[in-house]
Design a protein around this ligand. Structure first.
Ligand code: 5AD
Ligand code: SF4
Length: 449
């Protein structure tokens, strides 16, 4: 009998992308095959996100499409995985009759068992959270490529009052340093050139005596041609040691994603973010002094409960002070079960929308101004392939995570490092001319000399 074919669709954060690769790894070990075409599959999974209501509504929309498909293909199994599975549990199966399997982030090992249950007409539900599961022994299923995700820790203990993650992903736990290093060695042999270390709060990484700075240093020396990125950092745990470690290694990218959420100390306290604007600014200043060319991005929420016009102005002021290279900006979305949910959702939607728009416009202006300062500069990019719009152009990214488009040149291969000169910019993209090829370490040294 032909084994089942699995199709998985991933929503939400990078952690979910990494989880989908772990899930595919588990399924492959159990003899299933993976398909990129939903029509070929008899098991369809949605790996879901609950961070904002909008994310969940998208999944409901998708389940509506799948209902139509299932009516013409009644043997097809449908599963909901990830944060939404954890949050809604049995409700999902009861409300959405087409859902056969519901599995939260810590029970992915049981998916093969649940598929069997579902094929026998039952419903498979696994939503227990674990204090120890890190899937450390699972080899994720990865297509060949340049860029890989590695989840180095799972869960979150911060309990920001707006956030469902501590409820959907459970307590913090870290993978052993040695196994992460081993995974990078394997990626190096396969020709990968960029690794992003992932965690809800990577600075809390802890493996015996090793903290996140130790882990970064150990990852950076595996293969100097591999760029190391990491996300997300929490401002409270952003240590001096970490700043020095980033500065010390040429292949640890000097781009730091440091979500601030709000520029008002009163709101930060209501969010339980555990830092003040002043403390946050000191970290930024230190990093700027110690890491040459460091760039920052952030997350900002507009319209948290009780946010006044004055609080909102403070957020805009903070953005002007820090001058982020980029930002992810959201309207506050009340999530049941969180502390903020009980505060009421008292900022009217049109006010949230207007504040969000002001935040976005300001950020675009700042990004454009920062990019303009790069005109005529030399930058080193890792070339990722053809640009999205045309095969006459190549696309790559700088150490600071900016996209650079250059004219196609046959000397440049995918995965090469190239020195380029920037000659045009927008708020989102840089354009340049190719100068020469090289490896990142010697090029970096040449540029800083
Ligand atoms: N509403 C809006 N944005 C949220 N985020 C997390 N929870 C919510 C919410 N309830 C944002 C935060 C976080 C990012 C991943 O998503 O800015 O840093
Ligand atoms: Fe959510 Fe805060 Fe944890 Fe980030 S640090 S996952 S925002 S609780």
């Amino acid at each position: 009998m032909q084994k089942n074919k699995i199709y998985i669709e991933t929503y939400g954060c990078q952690m979910n992308l990494a989880d989908s690769e772990i899930i595919m790894g588990i399924l492959q070990n159990s003899g299933y095959s993976i398909t990129q075409q939903m029509e070929d599959a008899n098991v369809v999974f949605l790996n879901t996100c609950s961070i904002r209501d909008h994310a969940e509504q998208r999944i409901y929309g998708r389940l509506g499409n799948l209902k139509a498909i299932k009516s013409s293909k009644p043997d097809m199994i449908i599963g909901v995985l990830g944060c939404m599975a954890e949050r809604l549990r049995k409700e999902l199966i009861e409300e959405k009759k087409i859902v056969d399997i519901v599995v939260g982030p810590d029970e992915y090992r049981r998916i093969p068992e649940f598929i069997d249950v579902a094929f026998n007409g039952g419903k498979g539900i696994g939503v227990r959270l674990s204090r120890t599961e890190t899937y450390d022994d699972i080899i994720p299923y990865r297509e060949d490529g340049l860029q890989a995700w590695i989840a180095i820790m799972r869960g979150c203990d911060k309990f920001c009052t707006f956030c469902v993650v501590p409820f959907t992903r459970g307590r913090e736990r870290s993978r052993p340093l040695q196994s992460i290093v081993l995974e990078i060695e394997q990626l190096s042999r396969r020709g990968f050139r960029e690794v992003t270390l992932l965690g809800q709060n990577v600075n809390s990484y802890q493996d015996e005596q090793n903290d996140f700075a130790n882990l970064l240093a150990a990852c950076a020396v595996v293969d100097r041609r591999i760029r190391i990125r990491f996300t997300t950092s929490h401002p409270q745990d952003f240590s001096d040691k970490l700043i020095y470690t980033i500065a010390e290694h040429p292949n640890i990218c000097s781009h730091i994603h440091l979500p601030v959420q709000s520029g008002s100390n009163r709101i930060l306290e209501a969010m339980n973010r555990t830092y003040t604007v002043e403390h946050y600014l000191i970290s930024i200043e230190k990093a700027r002094k110690i890491i040459p060319g460091v760039s920052f991005s952030t997350d900002i929420i507009a319209g948290f409960p009780t946010e006044t016009e004055e609080d909102h102005q403070m957020t805009l002021e903070l953005m002007k002070l820090v001058r982020y290279d980029g930002a992810y900006m959201f309207k506050y979305s009340a999530r049941e079960g969180t502390k903020a949910f009980k505060m009421g959702d008292d900022v009217p939607d049109e006010v949230k929308s207007r504040r969000l728009q002001e935040i976005i416009s300001l950020q675009q202006q700042i990004s454009f101004e920062i990019n303009q300062t790069l005109l005529n500069n030399e930058e080193i990019i890792l070339v990722e392939g053809f640009s999205r719009k045309s095969n006459d152009f190549l696309s790559g990214r700088t150490d600071s995570n900016k996209v650079v488009i250059i004219p196609f040149d046959e000397k440049i291969k995918e995965g090469s490092y190239a020195k380029v000169e920037i000659n045009r910019v927008t708020h989102a993209t840089l354009f340049g001319e190719f100068i020469e090829l090289g490896d990142p370490v010697t090029l970096n040294l040449a540029l800083t000399a």
